[in-house]
Write a protein that binds this ligand. Structure first.
Ligand SMILES: Cc1cc2nc3c(=O)[nH]c(=O)nc-3n(C[C@H](O)[C@H](O)[C@H](O)COP(=O)(O)O)c2cc1C
Length: 213
């Protein structure tokens, strides 16, 4: 048994967030296959703030089933924290907030969100601090190795977010430039869990329960 903040979790497999796929019904469907925790697809903080009815029904609203985090993307601490506190009031079934610090999609990057945040690890920490303060709920982050193999900086992002109170950190073992293709660089994450005071989730090319554990 391990914990996301104060939430006890049985099992080691987390259903990765996938935009366009991980709807509530898909998350529920996957549970019997050994999934212990799920995360929603990335959800726009601006959408929650300015169009909460539409965003709420599509992304934020889901029933109780198993620990599920709402993944938010946004450009800064105030925006993401405001969205998190609105979402928390909209849906008491949200177990934790996961902050997207790894999305490589140009549209998301242009708004200074997703993996663009990795350029400023201090800001990543401020986001975690702000969401925790606004909601009092567990906060997790998902990031990548770095922008490219020449600019690996996940350790700085993890150090800043963990010091700011992140309860769990997740690393997709590819760079932003690699997007979703190629072999993940698990060698760069070797021994990392032992150095971190919080649970580490890794992502990339996990095709079976055996791969995952
Ligand atoms: C279609 C698709 C949509 C994704 N959407 C998200 C997302 O919304 N948030 C996120 O953090 N990661 C997202 N990811 C990344 C996955 O959660 C995962 O980290 C990544 O695909 C690595 O696993 P793989 O090598 O098995 O594909 C997405 C991946 C795919 C393929």
């Amino acid at each position: 048994m391990w914990k996301i903040g104060d939430i006890p979790v049985e099992g080691k497999v987390i259903l990765g967030p996938m935009s366009g796929f991980t709807f509530a019904s898909y998350r529920d469907f996957m549970k019997p296959f050994g999934v212990a925790v799920s995360v929603t697809e990335l959800t726009s903080s601006a959408g929650v703030i300015h169009d909460s009815e539409r965003t709420g029904s599509m992304y934020v609203g889901f029933g109780p089933n198993y620990p599920t985090g709402l993944q938010l993307f946004g450009s800064g601490p105030e925006e993401i924290a405001e969205a998190a506190s609105i979402a928390m009031r909209m849906n008491p079934n949200i177990s934790f907030f996961d902050i997207n610090m790894g999305c490589p999609v140009p549209k998301v990057l242009r708004s200074g969100s997703g993996s663009a945040l990795m350029a400023d690890p201090g800001r990543c920490g401020e986001i975690v601090r702000a969401v925790r303060k606004a909601t009092g709920m567990p906060v997790t982050i998902k990031t990548r190795l770095g922008k490219s193999m020449e600019s690996i900086n996940f350790r700085e992002v993890l150090d800043e977010t963990v010091s700011a109170g992140a309860d769990v950190v997740a690393v997709h073992a590819r760079t932003v430039r690699e997007r979703y293709a190629g072999r993940p660089h698990y060698d760069l994450l070797e021994g990392l869990q032992k150095e971190l005071p919080v649970p580490l989730i890794v992502s990339g090319n996990i095709y079976s329960l055996e791969d995952a554990i």
